[in-house]
Design a protein around this ligand. Structure first.
Ligand code: BGC
Length: 278
């Protein structure tokens, strides 16, 4: 840092210009918010989707209309071949990939004794195996390219979108909680293994965020009031809350952060029941 001006600029900027981000499941919910946020921060964005092509194209068009760069790429994250093709396509389009946001995820809820093998497998395939497959392709590209100092201090950044349910057990959602617990350990192991290659891997763990995955938890005043009992900060989150944390983790502002989970949850993980008990 040469002078005060450089310091000011450096602390002001979360600029991701010149970097390419792949965001999985970016045609709705948290993925959509993150894709738009990363584009606003200057990144070229791959808007991945598995179904709902029209929504993906809408996200891309919204980004482009604001002067950003984006392309929609179809791939089922639980398919090794489709993930490999998506990364090939992304590199062809933008030259390389610098940031992966492992976001695609779903819920298939059931009481434990009624949970089918199909429901178990689907959730593990998308939420956990999907994160592994995308991370592996991203890491292969990061290792091939190495660090480009003008672009970033790191060879690449992976942000796993986890959940408060990587530490909060969740009755009726054993498959989902198990998948997110798996993501927590996958993330930390990748972070430990890849740090010496200048690859940073971290998680953002959202609490209750208003998206299609949990509409019934907040779309009536009664449901929202009941949900708010679990959120000390007193509001349900929005996708921008997650995007801001992801952008920070993708930028060099978090250059010394590796293997961390940031809970963006309004305090949901603080055992709110204990405000009046214990
Ligand atoms: C789930 C949401 C839930 C939130 C808080 C998320 O991981 O996908 O359905 O509202 O955790 O419980």
């Amino acid at each position: 840092m040469d002078n005060a001006k450089d310091i000011k600029n450096s602390f002001n900027s979360l600029d991701l210009t010149g970097q390419t981000a792949v965001v999985t499941g970016a045609n709705s919910g948290i993925g959509e918010g993150v894709a738009k946020g990363l584009a606003e921060a200057g990144a070229s964005v791959v808007v991945n989707y598995v179904s709902g092509e029209d929504r993906a194209i809408k996200v891309v068009n919204e980004i482009i209309s604001k002067g950003g760069k984006a392309v929609a790429i179809h791939a089922d994250v639980s398919s090794e071949h489709q993930v490999q093709e998506m990364f090939k396509h992304a590199c062809k389009e933008y030259g390389t990939v610098d940031i992966l946001v492992n976001n695609a995820g779903l819920q298939q809820d059931a009481a434990f004794h009624e949970l089918t093998i199909a429901q178990w497998q689907k959730v593990i395939d998308v939420n956990l195996t999907g994160q592994f497959l995308c991370a592996r392709e991203a890491v292969r590209e990061f290792l091939r390219r190495g660090v480009t100092p003008k672009i970033s201090s790191a060879a690449g950044k992976i942000i796993c979108v986890s959940s408060v349910h990587d530490i909060i057990p969740w009755a009726g959602h054993a498959n989902y909680a198990a998948s997110k617990g798996g993501v927590a350990m996958l993330m930390k192991t990748m972070a430990q293994e890849l740090a010496s290659k200048k690859i940073r891997v971290n998680s953002v763990a959202p609490g209750a965020i208003k998206t299609p995955i949990n509409t019934s938890a907040w779309d009536t005043p009664e449901a929202e009031a009941s949900l708010l009992k679990l959120i000390p900060y007193g509001r349900v989150g929005v996708t921008e809350d997650i995007a801001k944390a992801v952008i920070w983790l993708a930028s060099d502002h978090s250059d010394y952060v590796n293997g961390a989970t940031i809970y963006v949850d309004g305090g949901m993980t603080l055992y709110p029941e204990f405000r009046e008990g214990g």
